[in-house]
Structure formats: structure tokens, C-alpha cells
Design a binder for this molecule. Sequence first.
Ligand SMILES: Nc1ncnc2c1ncn2[C@@H]1O[C@H](COP(=O)(O)OP(=O)(O)OP(=O)(O)O)[C@@H](O)[C@H]1O
Ligand SMILES: [Mg+2]
Length: 370
Amino acid sequence: MDIEIYYEPRTKFNKRIQPIENKIFFSRIIRNWTKDITLESIISNLDEDFEACVITLEDCSGINSHVFENIDNIVSIFESYSNINTLIINNPPKFFYDKLKQLEETIKEKNYSYPKINATQIGKVNQGFDSNIIGQTLAKKAICRKLIAQMIRPTKKPLVLMFYGNPGIGKTETAKYLSSILYTKGSLLREQMTMVGGDSSVRFFKSTSHSEDSFSKHLLNRTSNVILLDEFALAPPFFQTTFFQMFDEGIYSDQNFTVDVSNSIIICTSNLQTIQDMEKNIDNALLSRFDGFIHFTDFTDEDKMEIIDKMICEFINPKNMKKRFIDKLDRTLIRQKIEKALPQLTNVRNIRKYTEDVIADTLMDDLLND
Ligand SMILES: Nc1ncnc2c1ncn2[C@@H]1O[C@H](COP(=O)(O)OP(=O)(O)OP(=O)(O)O)[C@@H](O)[C@H]1O
Ligand SMILES: [Mg+2]
């Protein structure tokens, strides 16, 4: 039996197997398997002229591990009663991989790894930054410098960055922006670290069972090499240490999977204000593994007005608002009203709420009297 293993996102694997004719999915073969199934009925499923059997991680999720423990029996059934001569496997869990290794000495293995980002991409990040992220020019410069450092680095180690500063000033938005520019076809992998703590998180990050959702599965299937660990400092230290190897070597390993995250950009965010605060809250050994600490600065009045103007355009816009409402609103007046509250408006979230309120107020009298 030829065995081919592809550690790669499901989307890539799907494209790979699409042109293969005469393939059958393992899930289809075993759909009707029960404890007391007879050999005849298994074989009757193999009647057609299949030559390749495709096994995916999803197949593995729904299946009790004893099926994979018995892969040697399954392979001998294939060999004796069907034309299946190749197993094509996507992201097998470790215990299954070990079984396969016992079965065949030579296995074709392919590990997808994301390439390094290049100078053109960094140029694009720099170019579009200010029009997407307002008031963070210093952060932009620091990020670009770190991207260049990663580009010239002789190793494939991930670039590990901490974005810190007050809420609602663009940390998460910047991670999304970077991913959208660097991996135009993919989407950012985002894990909320505030949720981390209980039993379910242990299972999620250590992947104790191959059939459950896990961080390693998310990593395996990621379509962008920007990985966001949001609110990192709020995760208990026990979890933070889980990331040592990932930060150091670009490998994330749990009980079921070993994932290659080389050349990735790992972004952790935090509301802590200073590096000293971080030293108090984050495991110091882990902290020393960060390549850079990027401070996001509070908005100046100019920044705030730029955000307000953008927001007014977004709200009072024929795309989002009926013409009869637009006709009742005076943009200059609304702008002036919001400007009066400028000192209290410290982040994009409260600017948005306040803008909404001011517009609603202006419309209210009119609407309620209609
Ligand atoms: N500097 C900015 N320029 C443009 N939009 C911004 C900026 N900062 C925040 N926003 C907008 O405000 C919202 C919240 O921003 P974001 O999620 O980036 O905040 P954050 O800094 O990550 O806050 P927190 O620490 O609470 O997670 C987003 O919808 C984003 O589009
Ligand atoms: Mg955030």
C-alpha cells in the first residue's frame, strides 16, 4: 500500500485531491460500520473501481480511535478485496501516524509551511497602514522594523510581538490589517485568551482527544500565518508556558499533533500599560521570548477628529441610511456637537457610541412627532 501524508490546511488538501479520479473517502466506507459488521458488507462497499482512499482529519474526528488502531486490518482488506493501492491522508493525529509508520517503512510525507514574507509585502503594509489604522504611526514604524528583522533573519523562527496599550485604539484591528495584507486570501487565526482557564481550555490547548476541537487543529487549518493571541496577559501562567516551543522554534505540539508554524507572525495583545506591568503578569521566561513590544499610543485630538469625520461619513451615507433621514441631518452641526465631548472620547468604541447618540438625538424629535 502506498501511503501519502499531507500536513496542510484542509483547503489546500481539497485542491490537491480534486483531480484524483477513482478516489473514495474513508468516511464513506466506514459510514455503516458497526461492531458486528461482516466482512462481506465491508467488501460490498468496495465494489467499485476505487484506487485511492482519502482520509481527512474530519474523518478522524467522528471516528473512535480503535478504527485507526486497526488500520493494518483495514489495509489488508483493501489489498485483498479492492483495487485501492494508495492511502492519501490529511493531518493524521500522532497515534494514527505511528500506526501507519509500523505498517509501511516508506511513507511519502509533505509538510506545508508558509514562506517568509518579502520586501514587497512589507512595503504594502507600510503603504496602507495610516489610512486603515489612525494615529498609530509609531506602532507602524516599529512593526515594519520588526518585519524587516524577521525577513533578514537566517532562521524560520516566528516573529513574536506584543501589542500593548489602552482598549479600543487599534491593537486587534492592526493584527487583522497585517493578515489581510500579507495573506490576502486567508483569514487571521484569532484565539481569545481571556476564556482560557478551565478544563475545556486544557483540552483545547493540549488536545487530549483527537476528536475534539483544539488549538492545534486551528493551527493546522489556518489560512493566514498571522496568529493572534488576544488578551494574552489574562491567561494563567500555566497556559502561557504552553507557548514556549512555539515562540522559540515555530513548533506547536500537543498530544495529537505537531504543527509547523515557522515564519509565522504571532501577535499577543494586552491592555497593560508598561513593560514593567507585563513582567508582573506574564511568565518572565516567556516574556524574554518576545521579539518586540509595540506600544499603541492614545489618540491626539487630531486623531479623534479624523476618526469622527470617518464615522460621520459612514453613518450619514446613502448606503447605510434612508434619504429622508439624511436630509434632516446637518453634518457640520453634528461634528461640532461631538467635538465638544472630545476629552471624554478616548477610544474608537466610545467615539462610535457617542456619534450614534448624537445622530439619534438629532433625529429623535422629528421621528417621534411624525
Ligand atoms: N487606530 C484606529 N484606527 C481606525 N479604527 C480603529 C482604530 N482603533 C480601533 N479602531 C476600531 O475600533 C474597534 C475596536 O478596535 P480594536 O479591536 O482594534 O481595539 P483594541 O485596541 O484591540 O482594544 P482592546 O484592548 O479592548 O481589545 C474596531 O472596530 C476598529 O475598527
Ligand atoms: Mg483587542
